[in-house]
Design a protein around this ligand. Structure first.
Ligand code: HEM
Length: 301
């Protein structure tokens, strides 16, 4: 057993020892475990079935919730940057979000090792509990612009969550903020998009499609807005990929059975693949290529 020496540094009891030729120190003020609250974290995997495969199910859900928490945190920072017209700062944050999203997409592979047989050993114990009740996921959707106040209903018995979601529902989304910035920069954005009931679903407009098209047609002139548009597009691109992997994993595990929340299951998740947060950023691409196509036709080569 290595010798442990103790001393006081800045009034804090500090210990040191030598392990494999390395000097190792620690103190009683702050430890890895106290900082990261590992005791609380690692005692939070409490199953309801006693079945061994439920642990995988819980850990994958909990890690996804932690990553969503970080996405929400970073997204708030990115929105503030857009409000303050600090676009190059926002890019670092958007890139971090994209990295988290790619990691979340990859983590479906772990859950895909749960076979239908494994899931059925504990599915009945889950009763009506479902990811449909993930308030962080709803918060993320609302912040990205998929506003639907009916979705809050399942939180009627959780007052704090209900209030927080209602507040976010009534605030401008990331896209609303991006459009406000375009208006500040002199683009013609209809007033209906700038002053509206934020709790309502966003309605796409040809004027906004035109504004994005102007930016994509002169990328040198509008470089920062162009880079912003590409990062926002990536956010939706990865969000959809996450949705798709969820749908395919669910299909692999439960086939076309209804979900624990009672929905049609895979069919419900498939419909969500048609939801677009930033519609004109996608529709504008068709117009751009259609016009370039005419140029290609004129090309002598
Ligand atoms: C074997 C694993 C899983 C199965 C069988 C499953 C199944 C389903 C089903 C059928 C729904 C539709 C609502 C319902 O009727 O329950 C749903 C919704 C949802 N699930 Fe999962 N899920 C699984 C894993 C996960 C994981 C790991 C997460 C990560 C947080 C998650 C998050 C969600 C969310 C957020 C919704 C709501 C989606 C929306 O409203 O667009 N699910 N899930």
């Amino acid at each position: 057993m290595a010798e442990i020496k103790s001393s006081k540094i800045d009034g804090i009891e500090t210990f040191s020892t030598e392990i494999d030729g390395e000097k190792i120190e620690w103190d009683t003020e702050l430890t890895y475990n106290s900082h990261l609250q590992t005791k609380r974290l690692l005692s939070s995997q409490v199953g309801v079935s006693g079945e061994p495969d439920e642990t995988l199910f819980i850990v994958v859900h909990q890690t996804m919730e932690l990553w969503i928490k970080l996405c929400l945190h970073e997204l708030r920072i990115a929105i503030k940057c857009i409000q303050d017209d600090q676009l190059s700062r926002s890019f670092k944050t958007f890139d971090r979000i994209a990295s988290i999203q790619r990691h979340m997409i990859q983590s479906w592979e772990i859950l895909a090792t749960l076979t239908p047989h494994d899931f059925l050993t504990f599915r009945g114990y889950l009763r009506k509990a479902s990811g449909f009740q993930s308030h962080q996921y709803r918060e993320l959707e609302f912040m990205l612009g998929n506003k639907n106040k009916d979705l809050i209903a399942v939180h009627q018995n959780e007052k704090e969550i209900h209030n927080a979601l209602t507040k976010i529902l009534n605030e401008p989304s990331l896209y609303d903020e991006a459009l406000r910035l375009l208006a500040k920069k002199g683009f013609e954005i209809p007033s209906a998009a700038l002053k509206r009931d934020w709790s309502k679903k966003y309605q796409a407009s040809p004027e906004i499609e035109r504004a994005w098209k102007i930016i994509y047609e002169d990328t040198e002139k509008y470089w920062e807005l162009y880079m912003l548009a590409e990062r926002i597009t990536s956010l939706e691109y990865y969000f959809q990929e996450w949705r798709f992997k969820h749908m395919k994993t669910v299909s692999r595990v439960i086939g076309h059975s209804p979900g624990t929340a009672g929905s049609s299951g895979v069919e419900y998740l498939r419909k969500a693949l048609n939801i677009s947060f930033f519609p004109e950023l996608w529709s504008m691409r068709t117009k751009l290529s259609a016009e370039r196509q005419e140029n290609f036709n004129e090309c002598p080569l």
